[in-house]
Design a protein around this ligand. Structure first.
Ligand code: SIN
Length: 308
């Protein structure tokens, strides 16, 4: 009997598949569709204190190999998401609120609002690369640690952090050790690679408009980068912090690779742009792999990469 369910603390996910925050999760209808699918839960679009229209169009470019986005956090505002969370509770699947402030204080106000609602968990987005004139919080480690320490005092809900890619092992080690100290429950690895560009040769211009045409790189090309982050974070946190692996998930085989790397769940971003049907395909494909390899549950293979 194959059991694909996993837990992050007290939250049970019947399958290890989620949307990556940002895709198919901005409106109540979209979130409803995710919850009706084979996804194990849902991560809402990153919410901000006020509703936002986001960056000017064109702001998303998608090919089979990659995507580039500079959405700029378009969302309907924290109050809207807090209000629909109570309606969406009926699906009995974990509801995760992703949120981001523009200033340190905003993170605390948002967490207080979310804490008083039917959300089951929080994903602190410290890694959006698309806000003109603003840096990425997670590249300022001291500030990030301070924010997370204070957020832990505000909420007792399950709390996770969405991180960008890092280019050296030492930084990943430092973060993993600090997150263990802070008792962070999960990390989502990774947001898009912050600086991606693609040129339309016919028109001799970049394919998206905002931020000088440079935006977050996602899709298939992100998988090797993300897998490395997952492997290192799993190792440095001694497997004690749950990981949601994001980047280039398209097939059951991709999910299986993330499990071996140490991710308990995966988030689907670019491929989910074609719709939530991907979750039933992932389920069938992962079950087939488990059947063939005689695996009963995800925990049996979590982080179980073999040495050469
Ligand atoms: C965006 O809205 O710009 C994408 C979200 C993110 O990268 O965090």
């Amino acid at each position: 009997m194959i059991d694909l369910s996993v837990r992050i603390k007290n939250l049970k996910f019947e399958t290890p598949f989620l949307n990556a925050s940002g895709v198919w999760c901005t409106t109540e209808n979209e979130i409803d569709e995710i919850l009706k699918s084979e996804a194990g839960g849902v991560v809402f679009k990153t919410m901000t204190l006020e509703k936002r229209v986001g960056n000017p169009e064109p702001r998303l470019y998608v090919t089979d190999d990659f995507s580039i986005n500079s959405m700029g956090l378009p969302n309907l505002g924290v109050d809207y998401y807090c209000q629909i969370a109570s309606k969406l509770k009926k699906y009995q699947k974990p509801l995760i609120a992703s949120f981001a402030g523009f200033k340190e204080k905003e993170f605390y106000i948002l967490a207080e609002k979310i804490d008083n609602t039917d959300f089951d968990g929080l994903e602190v987005n410290l890694s959006c690369p698309n806000l003109e004139g603003k840096g990425i919080f997670a590249y300022d480690l001291d500030l990030s640690f301070k924010i997370l320490k204070n957020l832990k005092k505000i909420t007792k809900k399950v709390i996770g952090v969405k991180l960008p890619p890092y280019n050296d092992r030492e930084t990943i080690k430092k973060i993993a050790e600090k997150f263990l100290q802070l008792k962070i429950d999960f990390v989502t690895l990774i947001n898009s690679y912050p600086l991606g560009a693609f040129i339309d040769t016919k028109n001799e211009r970049l394919v998206i408009k905002p931020n000088q045409g440079i935006g977050g790189l996602g899709g298939r090309v992100l998988k090797p980068i993300s897998l490395a982050q997952v492997i290192l974070f799993h190792k440095f946190s001694q497997g004690k912090i749950d990981i949601i692996g994001v980047g280039g998930v398209e097939t059951g085989d991709d999910v299986y690779q993330y499990i071996l790397a140490g991710a308990k769940l995966v988030g689907v971003g670019t491929r989910l742009l074609k719709g939530p049907k991907i979750f039933s395909n992932l389920k069938k494909q992962l079950e087939k792999i488990f059947r063939e390899k005689k695996i009963n549950k995800i925990e049996d293979k979590l982080g179980q990469l073999k040495d050469y």
